[in-house]
Design a protein around this ligand. Structure first.
Ligand code: GDP
Length: 284
């Protein structure tokens, strides 16, 4: 669901997250493994600085595994804890508890030394819309309790969800806004379906996507659309794809919107394979 983020909404979202932080021991920050920086909230480091955190690179099943490895090294070098995850299938879920214990070891040891009876680790999931927060909560809770979709502004009593014996999770995630004011970030978020196509121009998103594929995954682009060579200019590239796929209007003109919808649909449904839209070291 697309949310319009106005300054008032951002302030409120931030306030809600800050309130939740008081209740928990650890933050699970969900990012999209295909664009781990663009899918983060721009102020996240500052907002959650008071709590230990694990970054979960979700939708790792859709990301280029080679580049996910680079991201794991990137976060490690920065002294941050990160794990790849596929919340949909549950792959990677088992790693969360041991890493949480490791991250919280000092605190847990301190409590134990004081003779405090061990209790479950309390956790909060945070992330931008559509990154998979509800899917992860449902997976961890092993039942379908969190509604998918975001409802900012709806305040409900905090509920805890038990995850085994050792973790308790707040049942409503912290929802923060993405860095959409940067146009390139906006295109990446649109291509991966994190923001609605209607927010940006459909053909512009596709121009970004096709140029990205040309530069980073040329063989897949050629193979998918049966191209012998990739035309250097963007319009002939659109035209060739449209011709091959019959995206034409009456009179034989290319239907650029239809071509755009087709290309974006195919990228999102992994017809061009697992793709990563950013890698460490690139400017964003
Ligand atoms: P939320 O807005 O952060 O709560 O995101 P949702 O949990 O509603 O997920 C958004 C979409 O991403 C849904 O269509 C999910 O099925 C899908 N999704 C979530 N996690 C994964 C994942 O790990 N892999 C894949 N392929 N899809 C996922």
């Amino acid at each position: 669901m697309a949310i319009q983020w106005f300054p008032g909404h951002m302030a409120k979202a931030r306030r809600q997250v800050t309130e939740k932080l008081k209740l928990i021991d650890i933050v699970y920050e969900l990012v999209d493994a295909r664009l781990p920086l663009s899918s983060r909230n721009p102020m996240i480091d500052e907002i959650v600085s008071v709590k230990p955190r694990i970054i979960l690179l979700n939708k790792a099943d859709m990301a280029d595994p080679r580049i996910t490895k680079e991201w794991l090294s990137y976060f490690k070098e920065k002294g941050m804890h990160a794990l790849p995850l596929d919340a949909q299938s549950g792959k990677g879920l088992k790693e969360i508890l041991p890493l949480s214990k490791l991250v919280l070891k000092e605190k847990l040891d301190r409590l134990e030394a004081k003779g405090v009876r061990p209790r479950a680790i309390r956790a909060l999931i945070i992330g931008i819309p559509n990154v998979g927060k509800s899917t992860l909560i449902n997976r961890l809770a092993k039942k379908n309790m969190a509604k998918t979709g975001d409802r900012p502004g709806v305040t409900t009593a905090q509920q805890w969800v038990k995850v085994g014996k050792e973790i308790e999770l707040l049942d409503t995630p912290g929802i923060l806004w993405p860095k959409f004011e940067d146009q390139l970030v906006g295109y990446k978020l649109a291509v991966t379906g994190a923001i609605k196509d209607t927010i940006l121009n459909l053909q512009d998103i596709t121009v970004y996507a096709l140029n990205f594929l040309r530069e980073n995954y040329p063989e897949r682009l050629k193979e998918r659309y049966g191209l012998e060579e990739i035309p250097e200019e963007i319009v002939p590239l659109f035209d060739e794809i449209a011709n091959r796929r019959g995206c034409m209007m009456s009179g034989g003109m290319v239907d650029y919107d239809k071509t755009s919808e087709l290309v974006l649909r195919e990228i999102r449904s992994e017809k061009l394979g697992a793709l990563s839209f950013e890698r460490p070291g690139e400017e964003i």
